[in-house]
Each structure stands twice: as C-alpha cells, then as structure tokens.
Design a protein around this ligand. Structure first.
Ligand SMILES: *Cc1c(COP(=O)(O)O)cnc(C)c1O
Length: 388
C-alpha cells in the first residue's frame, strides 16, 4: 500500500485513555463481569506502547519484575512460570506436566470450573475420582476426608478450585490442603484464576504445590496470560511425568526463567502491562487489597438484599457476588437488557444456573461507583419489568 499525505490520520485513541471502548453509544461501558474485568488507565496505556522484542534486556527487566511481583501476590517463594494463554491453558498445563498414563487423581468440584478439571483430565485419558457437591455449596471436608482415607495412598494429584466463579462460592482450600497432606503424597493443585489478587490465598503457608491463575480477573490486566506457581515437589514430579506436551512443557519454560525470557514469543504487551498492574497491587499491599475486596463484597450484598435478590452461594467468596433472581425475572433477559439499554455488563448463570442467577464482580479495578451505577440501572430495569 502506498502511503500519501492525504491518508486518513489514525484517530487519537482518546477512548483508551478514558478506559472506554470505541462505540456509538455515548454511555460509558461499566464492566462488572467476573472476568474479564476493567483495567486501570495506567495499565491500559501500557498496552498502547510500541512493541518490544522479547529477547532484549529491556523486555527481560519487565519479565523479571512480573515474576517477582507474582511471587509476592501468590505469597510464595516457589518458582512462578508465565504462559501466553488463557487461564484454561494454565489448567491444561497442570495436567500435562504432572501426570503419567494410568495415574490416579481426585477432583473436588461444585461448579463449572471445578468440572473443567475433570474434563481436561478425561481429555488426556485419565479417569479421575470426582467428589461433586451441589452447585452453590462448598466442598464438604468430611466427605473429602473419607475419600482421601480410601484413595489417598494411590493419588498422584488432587485438583481443587479456590473461588468457583460459576456459583460465587469460596472453597476451604487451607483445610482441604491439610487433609490431602495428612492422607496422601498427592500434589495439591489449585485453580485460583478468579481468586488470586482478591481472595486471601497463601501458597506457601497452605502448602499448595501448584496454583494456576490468569491476567484478566483480580490481576487487572487484559486476558491472555496464565501464571503458575510450582513447589519443589511439583518440579520433581514434572521432571518424571510422561504425558506428551510441547507448548505446555514447564521444563522448557523453567529453563528460560534465569535468562528472563520465555521459550516462545510471549504476548509482550501483556507482560509490560502486567508489570504495571502488579506495581499497583504491591503499592496498595496485598492484605489491603483483600480487605478492600471483602468490604466491597459486603456492601454489594447489602445493596442486592435491598433489591430482594437473595445470596446464592454458601459460603460466598469475596471476588464476586451471585444472587438468585426472583421467580418473575429471567436472569438471561435481565443481563441482556442491562447491557443493551444501560451499558452495564454483568454475568448470567452458567450451564444449569443459566437464567437463574446473576453474577456481579467486585475484584481488581472495579470500584464502588461502578457498582453503584450497576445497581441503579438494575433498579430501573426491575421497576420497568414490574410495570408490564
Ligand atoms: C475464568 C476462570 C477460568 C477460565 O479461565 P479462561 O481464562 O477463560 O480460560 C477457570 N477457572 C476459574 C475459577 C475462572 O474464574
């Protein structure tokens, strides 16, 4: 293509600086979904910077900072790896790198994301033992303990979910981890994709061997990066395991870490932006972020109670709130209308909860004023439906 002076200039992306997508609808978009979540303006600005080459000292400095600050957020001294993939890619790598054909595993689940562990394991030819609890409740430690008493000795890994984003429950990870170590040598593998950076999580103190997270929820970045922390035990198992893997191979990723790089081209912009988001979290302090998220969760629940939406999960997590909708309301339609007429983006239930619950996030960069706008639109929507 020939460039001429008359070529239309690239418009100044003002919407970027205002943290808004380009749209003909003048109302600002309020993103209250449990991933992706809105990201701070300074993080968004990093995404608009010129691309760096990934085998340079400049990029290496960003990479190193991200790994170190992730260790801070994960509360760990363990190895942390970074992959260009969504959270599910991180989960898949925690199957491909830890197991060999025929290995026995246990999955404790009460929702769509817990079930995802089971689906990945089955895709790789494993037949996990599954403890399934009712959606909306947490894993019952007594039933979990009974399973460990019977099968603990044979298990290679136990797959858990920290905050079950499909129902809004928080599972008792600390308790479950203690039980696993009591009855078994199995690795404790935790999906904290929506939990990390919002819900209290202490990788080393709770003896978690593998924790998987991602960039687009509590970590205030765009989607596209997965992060994994690995204990010494997990590193040893990884060296021995025989599942085929190439892109997912943690051995090659780990070898690259001392050189401050990844084996293949990472999403450089996301890494640079992640460094900024983690800087903000560190500046605030992870304990303060947890406390702020708890306060926002309590306030959200009070507001929803006023609107007659009963809390759905027991016990609820801090990073999102899911509530049942009244019989007369269809959650799917409500979610659709909030977005279309008010540009408020919240989430419907997933799978068997579709149409029955709504989910509103309060993690990461979501602020009280964003939620307030959501609630006022929700109220208008409800009043309108009642008039009909
Ligand atoms: C969002 C989420 C995932 C899936 O992550 P993707 O980035 O969409 O692949 C998995 N587990 C939990 C608990 C989540 O919240």
């Amino acid at each position: 293509m020939r460039r001429t002076n008359s070529e239309t200039p690239i418009p100044n992306p003002q919407h970027l600086l205002k943290n808004q997508p380009p749209t003909s609808n003048p109302q600002p978009l309020v993103l209250l979904t449990p991933g992706p979540t809105p990201i701070p303006p300074s993080v968004l600005a990093k995404l608009a910077e010129p691309i760096l080459h990934h085998r340079t000292v400049e990029f290496g400095a960003f990479f190193e900072r991200v790994i170190q600050d992730l260790q801070y957020v994960f509360r760990t001294k363990n190895t942390v790896l970074l992959q260009t993939t969504s959270g599910t890619g991180g989960m898949e790598s925690a199957v491909a790198n830890l197991l060999s054909p025929g290995d026995k595993t246990l999955v404790a689940t009460a929702g769509a994301f817990g079930n995802r562990w089971g689906k990945i394991l089955k895709a790789y030819g494993f037949l996990p033992i599954i403890q399934e609890e009712e959606w909306g409740s947490a894993i019952d430690p007594n039933r979990f303990e009974a399973l460990l008493k019977t099968h603990g000795k044979d298990l290679k890994a136990v797959y858990l979910t920290h905050t079950e984003t499909s129902t809004g429950v928080v599972h008792p990870i600390e308790v479950l981890s203690r039980l696993i170590h009591q009855y078994s040598d199995a690795l404790v593998v935790v999906d904290s994709i929506s939990g990390l950076g919002g819900q209290e999580l202490k990788t080393d103190e709770w003896n978690l061997d593998v924790v998987v997270s991602a960039s687009q929820k509590g970590l205030m970045n765009a989607p596209g990066l997965a992060f994994i922390s690995l204990s010494e035990r997990a590193l040893q198992v990884m060296e021995m395991s025989k599942c085929p893997r190439f892109y997912w191979d943690w051995r090659t990723m780990k070898k690259s870490v001392p050189n401050k790089e990844t084996p293949y081209t990472p999403s450089v912009s996301l890494v640079v932006a992640q460094a900024e988001a983690l800087r903000l979290i560190k500046e605030e302090g992870i304990e303060s972020v947890w406390a702020k998220t708890t306060r926002l969760a309590q306030w959200t629940r009070e507001e929803l109670k006023k609107l007659n939406f009963p809390l759905f999960p027991h016990p609820p997590c801090d990073v999102l709130t899911s509530v049942s909708v009244p019989e007369s309301v269809n959650a799917t339609e409500l979610v659709h209308r909030l977005l279309k007429d008010f540009r408020i983006s919240i989430a419907d239930g997933q799978e068997k909860l579709k149409g029955r619950i709504i989910r509103i996030a309060h993690m990461g960069y979501i602020r009280k004023e964003d939620l307030q706008r959501g609630f006022s639109a929700l109220q208008t929507c409800l009043t309108d439906t009642q008039k009909k």
